[in-house]
Design a protein around this ligand. Sequence first.
Ligand code: ADP
Ligand code: MG
Length: 419
Amino acid sequence: MAEIDIYAGLKKFFGFTRFKGLQEEVIKSILDGNNTFVVMPTGGGKSLCYQLPALMQDGTAIIVSPLIALMKNQVDALRALSSEEGVAQVLNSSLNKTEVKRVKSDIASGVTKLLYVAPESLTKEEYVAFLQTQKISFMAIDEAHCISEWGHDFRPEYRNLKSIIQRIGDNIPIIGLTATATPKVQEDILKNLGMPDANTFKASFNRPNLYYEIRPKTKSVDADIIRFVKQNEGKSGIIYCLSRKRVEELAQALQVNGIKAVPYHAGLDGKTRVKHQDMFLMEDVDVVVATIAFGMGIDKPDVRFVIHNDIPKSIESYYQETGRAGRDGGEGHCLAFYSYKDIEKLEKFMSGKPVAEQEIGHALLQEVVGFAETSMSRRKFILHYFGEEFDNETGEGGMMDDNMRFPKKKHEAKEDAAL
Ligand code: ADP
Ligand code: MG
């Protein structure tokens, strides 16, 4: 029975005929009223996991999300799918008195199925007192890794969520969702949300169509990058650099060599950033040279290569950034240049930070060193880091990295790194 219902709901609310990955199992767990934990890569379809059960149940689901822009996107999309404007509402500090009143009356009348809130809004006594009197179907904590100092986006406000949820209601089911696959972060999430027994659904993080390659970084890195890009003429690619200065330099070097490339970093004014991003999306240029400011929310399915001019500060970042290649399932070459000197540079950057943060940063960097210098399968290394066992013989993409394709001895890898 429940099965028929959720398929009907999927069609009715979203127009889809099938679930993606583990969505169906997740949704059943939520509809059964269980605490549920969802780990799926970016683009895996996590939002629908809470949106559909929220739309199908009595009461209002509270969705905690860290960014106003993310909330707004979802609210607009849900309103477009529904005949009721009030089906999705946001509660935040930008609302005036009249607007707050409207949101409250929509919740009270049962029109609002999803209420999006920033964690800091939930600390407002007035809101908590109101929500206590309402029928809440469940609480979903999106981007739940923000709870953990081991994640890439720690937000202290996320730490208070459990006690606030308890104040809103005694037996409200909690749903945590994240794309962060490291076991440490996951442990933190379950502990902080007080749900060690949550039904856990974890999708594989394997990206079989991506080819991983690390090369030693030498003085000729510019020439190496230019040669690689020329060999991939006409294909779209992203080149990540640590500093704005290096972004500008490298973009220029590419342009001088006849490659259609634009720079992108937070130091450029908003207009230029949008223009360069659009040029890349519209394929007026092939390459965008960027700091990590580029990429969040960018969905270009046919990015054929991601180059790291500088090794990222964690495996997590490396995975997210390389993950922007080959979204369409086609070829995706991930090439990173590595020198131990860059690790020392990154260590130095951290030296001004609080000791606890430095320790975490150092531990994350050591993993990066291990990854860059390993002679084992890069894919196996990444997936192991994410707590997944991978068998190169039977797993998809088992041969898709430099070490598997061109095995070399351990000391050679070490010598390369010392350059
Ligand atoms: P995540 O939050 O995991 O990164 P999203 O929730 O943003 O992913 O979903 C990514 C994309 O997948 C969206 O464009 C969404 O519409 C689409 N999607 C989700 N579920 C389905 C489905 N069952 N069938 C088809 N497309 C889906
Ligand atoms: Mg999401």
